[in-house]
Design a protein around this ligand. Structure first.
Ligand code: GLN
Length: 199
């Protein structure tokens, strides 16, 4: 298996690199097209999806990432990363675009502003124990399309973790509270997919 790429355009990519290091998984910082060569998975961190959208176009990464996703590259989006993976989203400026791939609708900032950030403990399908994670200006999955599996919900039923084949998207930040299990889950997805990017 090749290293796991972390999209390092904006956001909390350092925390994701640190989790991969703790798990002993080789990683690569993705800033330019050449950084995608040889990776076996890609993490899109939390941050600001409007900025990640703009920078991914400026750095000519967007079309390549879309192409690799459609070829089977496993991609894990957290928070702003989930917005980037969603086929449809609400609450953004008219010119904001996503990579797409996940057949869901996501509502940006659905939990309120930065000061409404919170930590909570939730169950995640495939992880044997509850995990404590942070929600920071988090998006919410408001509509599920065909083929999408729910992996995590809040107690009130709000959907905060989904998977569709090689794509994994979560509303929250496990990397902020030191939780490594969701990354481990993604690494297992990458091992099973056994995909190595050639461009
Ligand atoms: N609200 C941010 C956005 O729309 C996401 C926040 C986050 O990633 N923590 O991009």
């Amino acid at each position: 298996m090749g290293p796991i790429g972390v999209l390092c355009l904006q956001g909390d990519f350092r925390e994701h690199l640190a989790v991969l290091e703790r798990l002993g998984i080789p990683s690569v910082r993705v800033r330019n097209a050449k950084d995608l060569i040889g990776i076996s998975g890609l993490i899109i961190p939390g941050g600001e999806s409007t900025v990640i959208d703009k920078l991914s176009k400026i750095y000519e990464l967007r079309d390549l990432i879309r192409q690799l996703m459609s070829q089977g590259l496993p991609v894990f989006g957290t928070c702003a990363g989930l917005i980037m993976l969603s086929d449809r989203f609400t609450g953004g400026p008219a010119d904001q675009e996503s990579f797409g791939g996940l057949n869901v609708t996501v509502s940006r900032n659905a939990f309120g502003s930065q000061t409404d950030s919170f930590e909570t403990t939730l169950n995640f399908t495939g992880i044997g124990k509850p995990i404590t994670v942070a929600f920071i200006r988090a998006p919410l999955v408001t509509e599920l399309g065909e083929g999408v599996e729910v992996l995590a919900s809040l107690e009130d039923g709000k959907i905060v973790g989904v998977r569709q084949g090689n794509l994994l998207g979560i509303s929250f930040h496990p990397e902020v509270t030191g939780v490594t299990e969701v990354h481990k889950y993604f690494v297992d997805m990458c091992k099973t997919a056994n995909f190595v990017s050639s461009n």
